[in-house]
Write a protein that binds this ligand. Sequence first.
Ligand code: FAD
Length: 482
Amino acid sequence: MNANPHNPQHSAWTVRESDVVVIGAGPSGLSAATTLRAAGKSVTVLEARERVGGRTWSKHVDGAFLEIGGQWISPDQTVLSELVEELGMDTFSRYREGKSVYRAPDGTVTQYTGEMFPVSEETEREMERLIEILDGLAAEIGPHEPWAHPKARELDTISFHHWLREQSSDEEACNNIGLFVAGGMLTKPSHAFSALQAVLMAASAGSFSNLVDEDFILDKRVVGGMQSVSQAMAARLGDDVVTGHPVRVLRWQEEGEYPVQVEAEEFSEDGEATGAGVIVHARRAVVAVPPNLYSRISYVPALPRRQHQLHQHQSLGLVIKVHAVYETPFWREKGLSGTAFSADSLVQEVYDNTNVDPETGREESRGTLVGFVSDEKADHVFAMSAQERQEKLLASIAELLGDEAKNPVVYYESDWGNEEWTRGAYAASYDLGGLHRYGMDQAETVGPIHWSCSDIAAEGYQHVDGAVRMGQKTARDIVESL
Ligand SMILES: Cc1cc2nc3c(=O)[nH]c(=O)nc-3n(C[C@H](O)[C@H](O)[C@H](O)COP(=O)(O)OP(=O)(O)OC[C@H]3O[C@@H](n4cnc5c(N)ncnc54)[C@H](O)[C@@H]3O)c2cc1C
């Protein structure tokens, strides 16, 4: 195989040999590398960004510590919990004392306790019935091979929006149930993905009931932030993690001692390229980037037709994570938990996201709220000026929790759609009909190339736990094949 990069005049390229080259230092790539290293394999991890952690990222903004990306762990996410424990990190629970808030489609705002929204008895019955149907389907179909189930085609060729309306004529019930998967998880409108995709989302969290229970799904956070999990894994891997090096070319062949050659040119986020780079010769490659980015890499020879096609049917959703920090958690003084839902508002979900200080282990005195603005609503507010958007989003939170919400001391919007090396949030899902047509091939290896990310996980699909599970599984598969 040609040992030179595409531009052989670059003499400043470093050449490395590893058993495995991992592309992407998010939780999946780093988990794969950690497991491979533990099995005695040499690894090189190449990361495009100048930091590790991918869609998990903590930042200080105007003196406030914010988790820009993934943060919560639920009780079923045992593989991530074990990793956090093994790394010696602590977790803390989301604040959930007091009443939650529900805003009905007619704009009525009600405070409530318990799991069920304060809707009419009839709507409550309909919501419970829909949850039961979805629980049944999730249990029957499971997260591993939803495409193989006899009902796969039927459920994958109808949008979740229309499927819900086939089950119930109660619009409020359909919208509330739709919210948990559409705005709340896949961050696409419910007409843009199938009922089968919704069932996979539920099955990956154990059940639909788990998905609609915010106390389950948004249970714990890592003290110091979820990104620190990736940072700790990267620290153990040391110089074998190379940041600021997007992989542009992956040359591969079926046979040979080193059938993989990966080329990554040094790249700085301010746009400066130095002309230096890294070439890694490896026995296996793990592509640990979200599927929407697979085609940013040139494969030589080209990938098979199935891969070309299937990658075009997976896309990332869009959500803005809105952070607002206040001098005090004012909602708690009113007996509110900070949890609020409104399928019809710009900000459809709000939670208390107050931090625990890693130095003292105590909760900070300032209060933080986090809200989410999904899919078409995100398009709508992104068309506004930054100032107008901030005013509208804070006004939307204020409708739920009170006018104090309009005056945070720190305000920040996580905008992952703008991130070159992600391009959306939270994760990838199939378009209508894509899951039963292509799902069976999404994790198929191509010669020495393996795929690993949360977007193709079964348990923990779309979550950090799924990323870690995929990384560890991919590593075990490679160890076995070597
Ligand atoms: C706003 C937001 C909130 C979320 N909330 C939660 C939550 O509360 N709980 C939860 O469990 N999950 C949450 N998630 C999802 C979770 O963060 C992801 O599922 C997880 O980070 C996926 O890990 P990964 O390693 O598969 O991919 P990523 O984290 O995306 O990592 C992929 C890495 O590959 C790199 N890369 C891309 N292309 C290249 C290339 N060509 N060469 C080299 N490197 C490349 C990227 O820079 C990135 O570092 C959230 C995500 C977002 C964005």
